[in-house]
Write a protein that binds this ligand. Sequence first.
Ligand code: ZN
Length: 236
Amino acid sequence: MPINTYMKTAGFLVALTLCGCAATSSSQVSRSQSMGVSGIAPHAARSELEAGNKRFLDGGMEAHAWQQSSVIKTGTYGQSPSVGILSCADSRVPVELIFDQGVGDLFVVRVAGNIETTEGNGTFEYGLKALGMHTIVVLGHTKCGAVEATIKGKPLPSNMASLAAAIQPGLKGVLKAPTDTASFELVTTCCEANVRHQMQKLRTDSALLRDAEKAGELTILGAMYDVDTGHVRFMD
Ligand SMILES: [Zn+2]
């Protein structure tokens, strides 16, 4: 964890202790001390998200009751999310739910096809430099309609065309030709290729993010969410 994040976290916790804002249930204390508002170590980001997804799958979610203490903490002292997520807008991929995270935990950009945009890129730059975010997860999902439409290759109306234009370059290595009858496996392969393409776009379109990754201050991960099972699989 970068020193500035440690310092921010330490000061944040001291302030919480002094004002008594940290008082909450034992499970909330346990989770918030290792996640989100109190900071998560960079090396633990993937394992903490995997653990949250397991709680989601097991029906043992901790983050989705009324989170008064987290609301008070973040409202009073501001946010310090450790993990950014670039996700599709698909309603079957509710990011905080599937990772069992709550108020102040995740810095989320959502757009159809989980595509990298200038605005989303700038959002993550802000998260990195101003909030202490140290990890970005590009989260694709199975049966993504934006990717399926791109595979078909037919012109899309209005601004929707820009979605396919942003996805199509990432499919060149896995899609030989447009098709209306793509198998589940081909669509999934294309969704994964899109994740890798958008991960690379984050790097190529932002010197700030690219340099932070090279310096070891930022980790960019790819993951796939299965809309049929609720399972998240990290890639690589
Ligand atoms: Zn999608």
